[in-house]
Design a protein around this ligand. Structure first.
Ligand SMILES: Cc1cc2nc3c(=O)[nH]c(=O)nc-3n(C[C@H](O)[C@H](O)[C@H](O)COP(=O)(O)O)c2cc1C
Length: 180
């Protein structure tokens, strides 16, 4: 698909949680709000989504690994990022500054550049009780990252559009540039 230059570009970062199988709901909602959308999945997140369907829906290849140095960049710079679902693992690694997946490297850089980022955590009560979780959310929040309520249940009621509502509070379109 040709880049829709008149539309802002949203990165949807998808982690390895069960609700990821319904991420098409977020993509549809974002497109209805005039976002052009590209998906970055964590390596394990790839196993939770229907890559063929999502690539057809977005018009872009799903990214999960870094490109080779000489290859063109598959996505334009993001105007905003939605992390949904966000796992315990990715939230903690992001807060710690670990960038060992394309998703994490993109998040670490985008938050550093001031690109608006909204996060919908899908983290169980047990994992959320680990002290690292609260500290990570607090650290990322201080960096300006926007958090929706933590979701603990199944796919019902995940509230995908909350990510877009949070981004709208930041004017929706980013100030920063990243070049993953
Ligand atoms: C079926 C299944 C469902 C999972 N659901 C969640 C979840 O909702 N939240 C979570 O934090 N981890 C969940 N996990 C564990 C993560 O997949 C695991 O921590 C993984 O390392 C996360 O990788 P990522 O953060 O790079 O996507 C689930 C694992 C499986 C196999």
């Amino acid at each position: 698909m040709t880049r829709q230059a008149d539309k802002p570009f949203l990165y949807v970062v998808v982690c390895a949680a069960g609700v990821a199988e319904e991420v098409s709901k977020l993509i549809t909602a974002a497109q209805e709000r005039n976002w052009d959308v590209g998906v970055i999945a964590t390596p394990l997140g790839l196993g939770f989504i229907d890559a063929v369907a999502i690539e057809a829906q977005t018009g872009y290849p799903i990214r999960s690994a870094w490109r080779s140095p000489g290859d063109p960049r598959p996505f334009p710079d993001p105007d905003a990022v939605a992390v949904a679902p966000a796992t315990f693992n990715t939230i903690n690694k992001w807060a710690a500054g670990i960038a060992d997946t394309l998703a994490l490297g993109t998040l670490c850089e985008a938050s550093g550049l001031g690109v608006p980022i909204a996060v919908l955590p899908r983290v169980s009560d047990g994992l959320a009780a680990h002290p690292a979780y609260e500290e990570s959310v607090a650290r990322l929040s201080r960096m300006g990252v926007l958090f929706g309520d933590r979701h603990e249940g199944g796919a019902d009621g995940f509230g995908w559009e909350r990510a877009l509502d949070l981004l709208a509070t930041r004017g929706g379109h980013g100030a920063g540039r990243v070049r993953p």
